[in-house]
Design a protein. Structure first.
Lengths: 142, 161
C-alpha cells in the first residue's frame, strides 16, 4: 500500500480530471468518468424523432449508439472537416456527441476550483477556470 | 413500383386490392419524398389494411432473424418509440424497423377508400404487377409483402421496409 506522509499543516486536496473539448469553438468539459472515449466521427443515420436533439444513430462495428446533437442545442456548427465523436456515459447507456476536430485534452483540477454556475447550459451546473477561460462542466448522466 | 407507374392518383389497385398512397417520410413528420428516378412505392398489407408508401429508394430485401433485432435505445423517448419496433445492422449502416401496426393503421384507413382516385395495376404470375395498359418493364415494379401477426403475443409484428 502506498501512503503519503503529511506534515501537521498539510491540507488534503481532491483533484478531479476533466476532458476538455470544443463544439463550434465553445470550450466545454466533462468529468473523465462520464466519458467513454473519443472516436473519429463516422456518418450518422438520421432517425425521425420527437426526442429533443436525439435524432440519429451512429454505428461503430457491432455497436450502435444514439446521437445527441449538442451542437444544435448550443445553436452552433461543429467545426472542422474531420470532426470527432465523444462518447458520453448516461445512466441508460452511452451516447455519441459530435465535437470539433480539435483533440480533447485532459486537465486535472482541484475540486475546490469547481464551482456551481447558473450558465445557459442546461446540463452544466458546474464550471471551472481552465487557463483563463471559465469552462462549463457538462454532466450527461441524466 | 416507380412513381411514374403509379401515376398521379391517390391510390393504386393491384390484385383487386386498393392501396391508398402516402409519403412515408410524411408519416414521421419529415419533408416529402422527392421525385427521383430511384424513388419507389412499396405496397403493404396487414390483415385488411392496405397502404402504399412513397420512399426515396429501395435498398433491397433482407431476411432478419429475431436475434439480430435490437431495441431502440432508451434515449429515444418520444413518439419514435411507437414508430419503430427496433433496429438491426444492415450492410455498413443501421436500419430501423417500422412498426407496421402503427404505419398501416395510421390516418387514411379503408373507410376512406371510396374517395380516392386509383391507378389500376394488374398482377403477373410472379406476383409482381405492372401498370395497366403499359408494357411489362424489364424488372418487376411491385413486390407485395404480406405481413402476418406474430404467433407470440409479446412479439410485435414487423417488416423491413
Amino acid at each position: 500500500m502506498l501512503t503519503t506522509r503529511r506534515g501537521s499543516h498539510s491540507k488534503t486536496t481532491t483533484t478531479c480530471t476533466l476532458v476538455v473539448f470544443s463544439i463550434g469553438g465553445q470550450r466545454l468539459a466533462a468529468r473523465t468518468e462520464e466519458v467513454g472515449g473519443v472516436w473519429p466521427w463516422t456518418n450518422a443515420m438520421p432517425v425521425p424523432s420527437g426526442t429533443a436533439f436525439m435524432n440519429a444513430l451512429v454505428r461503430r462495428g457491432e455497436d450502435v449508439l444514439p446521437v445527441f446533437d449538442l451542437a444544435a442545442k448550443l445553436n452552433v456548427q461543429v467545426r472542422g472537416t474531420t470532426s470527432l465523436c465523444l462518447i458520453a456515459k448516461r445512466k441508460d447507456g452511452p451516447m455519441a456527441i459530435r465535437i470539433d476536430e480539435e483533440i480533447p485534452t485532459l486537465h486535472a483540477v482541484e475540486q475546490t476550483a469547481i464551482h456551481r454556475t447558473t450558465s445557459a447550459h442546461d446540463e452544466a451546473v458546474e464550471a471551472c477556470l481552465i487557463e483563463t477561460n471559465e469552462v462549463p462542466i457538462y454532466s450527461f448522466r441524466g | 413500383m416507380t412513381l411514374e407507374e403509379a401515376g398521379s392518383a391517390e391510390a393504386v389497385t393491384a390484385l383487386g386490392v386498393t392501396y391508398p398512397l402516402r409519403d412515408m417520410a410524411g408519416c414521421f413528420g419529415q419533408p416529402q419524398v422527392s421525385f427521383a428516378p430511384e424513388s419507389r412505392i412499396i405496397l403493404c398489407t396487414m390483415g385488411n389494411l392496405h397502404k402504399g408508401f412513397r420512399v426515396n429508394e429501395v435498398l433491397g430485401l433482407t431476411d432478419v432473424g429475431k436475434e439480430r433485432i435490437r431495441p431502440l435505445p432508451p434515449h429515444f423517448s418520444g413518439p419514435e418509440r411507437k414508430w419503430f419496433t427496433g433496429l438491426f445492422l444492415f450492410r455498413e449502416t443501421v436500419a430501423l424497423l417500422v412498426n407496421p401496426g402503427w404505419l398501416l393503421g395510421e390516418e387514411t384507413g379503408p373507410a376512406q377508400l371510396s374517395n380516392l382516385s386509383a391507378t389500376t395495376v394488374m398482377a403477373l404470375p410472379s406476383s409482381h404487377a405492372v401498370a395497366a395498359g403499359k408494357e411489362p418493364p424489364t424488372r418487376p415494379p411491385v413486390e407485395v409483402l404480406e405481413l402476418e401477426e406474430a404467433p407470440d403475443a409479446d412479439d410485435t409484428p414487423w417488416v423491413p421496409l
